[in-house]
Design a protein around this ligand. Structure first.
Ligand code: HEM
Length: 462
């Protein structure tokens, strides 16, 4: 076994107290460091890996923070020893908003909900939603005009929100998209306090931020509960996700279905998990295409050949390999879920070091996706064609690329996201290209997802 392999092997062994702590920056509890981390967590995580290697220990306020940056260690956490972990404090905090939805629940309850929800994401179900996906993208293409300036991130959020509204709830939220979008953003304000030690107190006080979050939550609840009530009252079955979740029965368990509260938690979770991630992937894709006209020209060529001017359908998906490669490469360079965090229940060993129970363990698609050990000397370059080489994906170490996480908590919407991303990109790019507006300064904003801010772009006909 090579040193690298030995270093990377990890195990959930209770008897690890004798092992040393991993290397990391000196100093103990530091509120200042926590606040600095909160200001630019992406840079902070990157610096830790660069300075200390694949297993690093730092402190975030009162907690130990570990960053694990080798594919084998990511596999250990997400797959091999997944039972030793629960979601980390960021998602525990998300419970305030999402309750016990798929993203935040744990243990047997999570398993049951996953079992109930899984059929709604079956390949055939996703294919049946393709018409809605491409239809809303075509509406956006019809709205755009040559020379118009758009905020690409906002446009993509509007699009994916409309798709989520229809595919999840069967509701056309296009008209209210801005208001719902604002409510979601305000509700996500929850995460602005992620690194603030006073967060639990602030959440209970009637300070402006808390009042805004509460109002936003009420606004979102109202939309979702209205959709549930209307559907329960209607005799007409519908085959959107709400319809599927309403009809779901736990055949392997108690045979029961979901209560309104469980439905609300799942639907709000899907709304949140499903729309902003895909919107960010698409927004970053427009940014990269504008910087790489050669790749863009090849994309237009593929779209002309495969679609001959038509709006794409699910049946066109296999004929769009370069469109998919562009999205894959975009999510490599700008993974929307840029960290996947966990809390260990017991101490465990990683790379010969002791990782303690109750800490924060971060794995970061951002770090692994930019690592020259797996991606070579052009790790930072946008080269979508790398995905087309025969056996390319099979030749990558597992977890060198994991934009959708892995193991039992892997993204349930992965197939949905690929279909949505490819069809939306194909529908829009067959008619329009985007160019950065003069003076546009694009800044990555690493919150719970990796947003592209300042992405002002000009619309040009293809
Ligand atoms: C490009 C788009 C997307 C990305 C990058 C993404 C990424 C992820 C990641 C990394 C996880 C794992 C989190 C963890 O292990 O802590 C996850 C989980 C999840 N995602 Fe996605 N996602 C995307 C789209 C979607 C869509 C479209 C939906 C639904 C329509 C969705 C619903 C969920 C749900 C419900 C979970 C929790 C699954 C569970 O724990 O059982 N995601 N996603």
């Amino acid at each position: 076994m090579s040193t690298a392999q030995t270093q990377a092997s990890g195990a959930a062994a209770p008897d690890v107290a004798h092992l040393p702590d991993p290397p990391g920056p000196p100093g103990r509890v530091s509120v200042l460091r926590a606040l600095r981390f909160g200001r630019n967590p992406l840079q902070a995580v990157e610096r830790l890996q660069r300075n200390y290697g694949d297993v690093v220990m730092s402190r975030l306020g009162p907690r130990r923070l570990y960053v694990l940056s080798h594919p084998d260690l990511v596999r250990d956490v997400l797959v091999t020893h997944n039972r030793n972990f629960i979601k980390s404090f960021a998602l525990q905090r998300a419970r305030v908003l999402l309750g016990e939805g798929l993203l935040t629940s744990e243990g047997d309850f999570h398993l049951r909900q996953r079992r109930l929800s899984q059929p709604a994401f079956h390949r055939d179900r996703v294919a049946a939603m393709a018409g809605t996906m491409a239809g809303y993208a075509e509406d956006a293409a019809n709205r755009w005009r040559a020379g118009m300036e758009v905020d690409a991130t906002r446009e993509m959020n509007r699009l994916t929100l409309a798709i989520a509204g229809m595919t999840l709830l069967g509701v056309d939220v296009e008209g209210e998209a801005d208001e719902i979008g604002r409510s979601l953003t305000a509700a996500l304000g929850l995460f602005d306090r992620l690194h603030n030690p006073l967060a639990p107190l602030l959440d209970r006080l009637p300070v402006p931020g808390t009042l805004r979050m509460r109002a936003a939550r009420q606004r979102l609840d109202a939309t979702i509960y209205r959709a549930i009530a209307e559907r329960r009252a209607s005799a007409e079955p519908r085959d959107d996700l709400l319809g599927m979740l309403l009809a779901a029965r736990d055949e392997e368990g108690d045979g029961g279905g979901m209560t309104d509260l469980q439905l609300r938690d799942e639907l709000l979770t899907l709304f949140l998990a499903g729309h902003e991630t895909t919107a960010n992937a698409l927004a970053w894709t427009w940014h990269l295409l504008a910087l790489h006209p050669d790749a863009e020209a090849r994309l237009h060529g593929e779209l002309r050949t495969a679609l001959a001017g038509r709006v794409p359908t699910a049946a066109d998906y296999p004929a769009l390999p370069f469109t998919r490669a562009i999205l894959a490469e975009s999510m490599r360079l700008h993974p929307p879920a840029w960290t996947v965090g966990r809390e260990p229940l017991q101490d465990f060993e990683a790379g010969g070091y002791r990782i303690r129970a109750g800490s924060i363990v971060l794995t970061s698609p951002w770090i692994l996706h930019h690592d020259p050990r797996w991606w070579g000397g052009d790790a930072d370059a946008f080269r979508p064609e790398r995905w087309l080489a025969p056996d390319f994906e099979a030749s990558l170490p597992r977890f060198a690329y994991f934009p959708f996480g892995g193991g039992p908590r892997k993204c349930i919407g992965e197939g949905f996201a690929w279909m949505e991303g490819v069809l939306a990109l194909a529908t829009l790019a067959r008619r329009w290209r985007l160019r950065h507006a003069p003076g546009a300064a694009v800044v990555p904003k690493p919150g719970i997802t990796l947003r592209a801010t300042g992405l002002r772009m000009r619309v040009e006909p293809v």
